[in-house]
Ligand binder design. Structure first.
Ligand SMILES: [Cu+2]
Length: 425
């Protein structure tokens, strides 16, 4: 009986929730009050766009599109086109019902316009240069203004000379939180933009004319090992929003968990239509929002599952030498080219340890040191770090596997694996 009353009380509390939220949900309320409604989005390697409140209650955002230098990972910096000096541009966060006023200043050498992908708005605010507005000329500032009628994960990007402008990085997230949140509380909310580039090794400007043969694959315009890890606490409900306005589709895979696709840029997926997945395909022009409970601690890989995409620039067009004995050739070439190494005979993993000096301003095909050696990955790869304690969250380091839980050699008396993980940080 007591239990029944307890559940009855719980139910009544849930029924009251919308009314409690209703007290503060006006778009005119202050930033601090509004923060109560949602877990702020983390854009790994990126940032959130600050806003100010106009006297009439509109939220004012400012974007400047301009050429910038952008680091893909240590050792490689490109000439990108950015919003506010960043690619992806800073994440816009607002709340359903907000009136937003967005000033866009063009400092590119050509005209531009900004399209608010997936956002329902008046036609003249849709940002297609020539079709719905005049192009924003170099040096000009345009004002976009509309009221947010929906919630979800949307995007903003150039519309007009897209091949060049988006090919050089002009894209960002536009995230609208629900006015009346439903469902379980989200503890960590991440946003990751997918993109691919072609940067000729030894150069710095991505070639936007390339249609298929990309050589740099990025999460938030960073390639592993330059990608920030996603750090969460064991038991957290995690949301990851993935966006793509590139040229390629990417099946994004997470180890250790299964998740559900809870929303697209078209809106929420009804719970009855969500099925469990471990990989979600995100095509150009789509966002996919996934959720799961991170119930198992560890360092879990998250990456694109197309084989060339968790990989960096070098080696995609090398001849296939798998299984070819190069001993004879090696000596002959070495007589002409001192220090020549035969490569790819037993696979390419051995290349990761060689620290080969490639052309300037490019990245080794794969790399990134882990607690057990080279990770043998690059490109669209990051690590989901799930940790038990707040202390570990501050400095997660490498996961310390409990003794006896690491795969290890059974025929070489090699017991270094578990001790390595216990000692490494
Ligand atoms: Cu991919």
């Amino acid at each position: 009986m007591k239990i029944r009353i307890f559940y009855l009380l719980i139910n009544i509390m849930f029924l009251l929730v919308p009314f409690v939220y209703g007290e503060n949900k006006s778009p005119q309320s202050s930033a601090t009050t509004q923060k109560l409604f949602y877990t702020p989005v983390i854009t790994p390697n990126g940032s959130t766009l600050p806003w100010t409140m106009a006297e009439d209650g509109a939220k004012i955002f400012r974007l400047t599109v301009e050429p910038c230098k952008h680091e893909i990972a240590l050792g490689m910096t490109i000439n990108a086109w950015c919003y506010n000096g960043q690619t992806p541009g800073p994440t816009i966060e607002a709340i359903e019902g907000d009136r937003v006023r967005i000033f866009v200043t063009n400092k590119l050498p050509e005209q531009t316009a900004v399209h608010w992908h997936g956002v329902r708005l008046p036609n003249g605010m849709d940002g297609v240069s020539g079709l719905t507005q005049k192009g924003i000329q170099p040096g000009e500032t345009f004002k976009y203004e509309f009221t947010l009628k929906q919630h979800g994960t949307f995007m903003y990007h150039s519309h007009g000379d897209e091949m060049v402008q988006m090919g050089l990085g002009t894209m960002g997230f536009f995230i609208i939180h629900p006015k009346n949140p439903t469902g379980p509380k989200i503890d960590r909310d991440f946003a990751i933009f997918l993109n691919e580039w072609f940067v000729e090794p030894g150069t710095a400007t991505p070639n936007p004319n390339i249609m298929t043969d990309f050589n740099i694959f990025t999460f938030n315009s960073r390639a592993f090992p330059g990608t920030d890890p996603l750090v969460v606490k064991t038991g957290d409900r995690v949301r990851i929003r993935i966006g793509n306005v590139g040229q390629e589709e990417h099946p994004i895979h997470i180890h250790g968990f299964n998740f559900k696709v809870v929303a697209t840029d078209g809106g929420d997926v009804p719970e009855s239509a969500q099925w469990p997945e471990t990989t979600v395909l995100v095509a150009p022009g789509q966002t996919r929002t996934i959720e799961f409970v991170a119930d198992t601690p560890g360092d879990w890989a998250m990456h694109c599952h197309r084989r060339h995409h968790p990989m960096n620039a070098m080696g995609h067009d090398t001849p296939n030498m798998i299984g070819v004995n190069q001993d004879d050739v090696k000596d002959k070439v070495r007589s002409q080219v001192p220090g020549y190494m035969a490569m790819g005979e037993t696979g390419m993993d051995d290349m990761t340890g060689m620290n080969m000096k490639g052309p300037e301003n490019t990245l080794p095909m794969m790399g990134g040191d882990g607690p057990f050696g080279s990770v043998g990955m690059g490109g669209m790869f990051t690590i989901l770090k799930v940790r038990d304690t707040d202390e570990e969250l501050k400095n997660p380091g490498w996961y310390k596997n409990p003794p006896g839980t690491v795969a290890e050699s059974v025929n070489s008396n090699n017991k270094t694996n578990s001790s390595m993980s216990e000692n490494s940080h």
